[in-house]
Design a binder for this molecule. Structure first.
Ligand SMILES: Cc1cc2nc3c(=O)[nH]c(=O)nc-3n(C[C@H](O)[C@H](O)[C@H](O)COP(=O)(O)O)c2cc1C
Length: 206
């Protein structure tokens, strides 16, 4: 039990620290697991974030290329990490909702995203609401990336929203402006952003 009389798995002392100052504004970040220029994952996350914004969130897309992130195993001291690691941790720590986007790479999610996740932990993810979006070059969709990200989200004690979005045939799925051709798929991607925002707001209202 905590000071609100709620079980710790629903509301921990850490939640009190991250609670927004006006108790209403919701900050949603998207972490993009592709560093490629013209990335489909990036485009999909932008669509999800537009829905999060429409649902009332302050939003930001975090480009992992800007943070110096290769995980080199345990370091002698936390201060040995490059400053980018702390910058990323701060943003994710402050977020009420987190979107994770990844390409399907050899039947899993991308190494750069795994590296970023391994440089963070419960401080950034525990009890947070997270949503998942995957893209794949093939027609099967990013099923493995999504399934593995769901497992990782659970290991980080996050609340992973049940609906995720998988975009197959990525090279043909988007127009030059980053919009998906398929309206149903667009709605599904947007639903992930909207649900993360709404459930994060619900948690933040406790
Ligand atoms: C190393 C590597 C592995 C890949 N493995 C798969 C795969 O297992 N299944 C699949 O459908 N596509 C696979 N692809 C294709 C990517 O999922 C696809 O190109 C995707 O659009 C890349 O994401 P991005 O556009 O955000 O960079 C792979 C691509 C790369 C570079």
């Amino acid at each position: 039990m905590n000071w609100r009389g709620l079980p710790d798995f629903i509301f921990s002392e850490r939640d009190a620290e991250m609670k927004s100052t006006d108790d209403r504004s919701i900050y949603v970040v998207a972490i993009c697991g592709s560093l490629r220029q013209g990335s489909s994952t990036h485009a999909a996350l932008q669509i999800a974030l537009s829905a999060a914004k429409a649902a009332g969130a302050e939003v930001e897309l975090l480009e992992l290329g800007e943070y110096d992130l290769v995980f080199q195993g345990s370091v002698a001291s936390e201060s040995d990490y490059p400053p980018g690691v702390f910058k990323l941790r701060e943003k994710v720590k402050r977020a009420h909702g987190i979107l994770l986007g990844s390409p399907e790479y050899h039947g899993s999610f991308s190494g750069v995203l795994k590296s970023a996740l391994d440089l963070m932990g419960f401080d950034e993810f525990e009890n947070k609401v997270i949503g998942l979006i995957g893209v794949s070059g093939g027609r099967m969709g990013a099923v493995n990336a999504l399934s593995m990200l769901r497992t990782v989200g659970t290991a980080l004690h996050a609340w992973v929203v049940p609906n995720d979005a998988s975009i197959p045939n990525s090279s043909e799925a988007f127009d030059a402006d980053g919009n998906l051709y398929d309206a149903e798929l667009t709605a599904r991607v947007k639903a992930v952003g909207e649900q993360v925002t709404k459930f994060a707001a619900l948690r933040n209202s406790v």
